[in-house]
Ligand binder design. Structure first.
Ligand SMILES: Nc1ncnc2c1ncn2[C@@H]1O[C@H](COP(=O)(O)OP(=O)(O)OP(=O)(O)O)[C@@H](O)[C@H]1O
Ligand SMILES: [Mg+2]
Length: 174
């Protein structure tokens, strides 16, 4: 039996932009696997030290990469994480950076209970387009696409755009 080849998709962006919302919905609609790096690290305790500033454990990037290597080789995986420069470039066929307007992001993070430095740093990360620049450095520029993620209609149009790209990729690569 011939197995259909499928691409791997990276969803990245500042915390709160909507990666998980989009990723889970996309996985449901396409049958692709969905991997949330934060959850994966939590489950496998893939941490290396503790960040006193942010009061959170530090991701052990090498162990995360080792853990995922086989699964990524199979294809058909959606990866969700607020960073992107430690994954092997060869893993992904396309990278989406979700973007949210400051005021929108501020209220989302605030209603999540973020305050003070944590709230400010995350909003600033979005203003300085830190993750977009990280992605543009880590991957070929024509693989990196920004997606607006401000309102529910954006979720729908982002889904449609990705599903369309996916169908074309599968046609072109099988
Ligand atoms: N397109 C959208 N329009 C309006 N609200 C959205 C949209 N996408 C996500 N949200 C809302 O924004 C909040 C954050 O979304 P989500 O948890 O998916 O972000 P995230 O990027 O996964 O964050 P983190 O990196 O911290 O895990 C949620 O309350 C979600 O309902
Ligand atoms: Mg998330």
């Amino acid at each position: 039996m011939k197995i259909t080849k499928r691409p791997n998709i990276l969803l990245t962006g500042t915390p709160g932009v909507g990666k998980t919302t989009l990723g889970k919905e996309l996985a449901q609609r396409t049958g692709m696997a969905y991997i949330n790096i934060g959850d994966l690290a939590q489950e496998g305790q893939l941490f290396d030290g503790f960040d006193e500033d942010y009061q959170c454990p530090v991701l052990d990037e090498d162990r995360v990469v080792d853990e995922l290597e086989d699964k990524m080789a199979d294809g058909g995986v959606i990866v969700d994480y607020h960073g992107c420069d430690f994954f092997p470039e060869r893993w992904f066929h396309i990278v989406f950076v979700l973007r949210t307007d400051n005021t929108n992001l501020y209220s989302r993070l605030e209603s999540r209970g973020y305050t003070g430095k944590k709230l400010q740093d995350n909003v600033q990360c979005e203003i300085f387009q830190t993750i977009y620049e990280e992605a543009m450095e880590a991957y070929k520029e024509d693989m990196v696409h920004q997606l607006p993620s401000n309102q529910p209609e954006d979720l729908e149009s982002n889904m449609e755009r990705i599903v369309e790209w996916l169908h074309q990729w599968v046609l072109d690569n099988n």
